[in-house]
Design a protein around this ligand. Structure first.
Ligand code: NAG
Ligand code: NAG
Ligand code: CU
Length: 155
């Protein structure tokens, strides 16, 4: 992990205080609320089979509440594998890619165009996986990762 939680917070504080000085708006409460960001999951690889999303999440974090994850994937065609976005209930189901109690967030068509957007609203682990083919993409294509968004007001 390139970034510890403390380093992340310090960076946010540093940027916020620099902004407060340069823009000279002392009453703006920008220290505790970093501007939410949008992340394209997998960057230019999008949400596809055969990419290491766990590594991607490690490199791109930390994530904060109200950040948006954008999942881009092609709608199903006779020639391509469909993808989707599911949330798995816990770490054990994440390890096993067990979809039994998973909840679909984005169906196979919602990744088209600008993609399926998921806003991080709770400060808990979110276990994302592709839910197609009984979790085969999750199991052998590493189409899974988890993020735990930080609440900048609790530190
Ligand atoms: C997230 O957005 C909601 C409104 O959509 C706002 O009330 C809340 O303060 C925001 N939280 C953070 C940590 O930015
Ligand atoms: C993953 O599953 C797909 C679909 O069944 C299969 O074609 C592929 O060979 C598997 N890859 C690995 C690395 O197991
Ligand atoms: Cu998939």
């Amino acid at each position: 992990m390139g970034f510890t939680i403390t380093q992340g917070l310090m960076l946010v504080l540093l940027i916020a205080s620099t902004m407060a000085v340069s823009i000279a708006r002392p009453f703006e409460n920008s220290i505790n609320t970093p501007t939410p960001k949008k992340f394209i999951v997998g960057d230019s690889y999008h949400w596809n089979y055969g990419f290491n999303y766990i590594e991607w999440a490690t490199k791109n974090g930390p994530f904060f509440l109200n950040d948006t994850l954008v999942f881009k994937y092609d709608p199903p065609t006779p020639k391509t594998f469909p993808h989707s976005v599911y949330l798995l209930p816990n770490h054990e189901s994440f390890i096993k890619c067990d979809l039994k109690n998973a909840k679909m967030q984005g169906n196979t068509k919602q990744g088209a165009g600008n993609g399926f957007e998921f806003v991080l609203k709770v400060s808990q682990p979110h276990y994302f996986a592709c839910g197609e083919h009984d979790g085969i993409h999750c199991l052998n294509g590493t189409m899974k990762f988890f993020v735990t968004p930080m609440d900048p007001s609790h530190h």
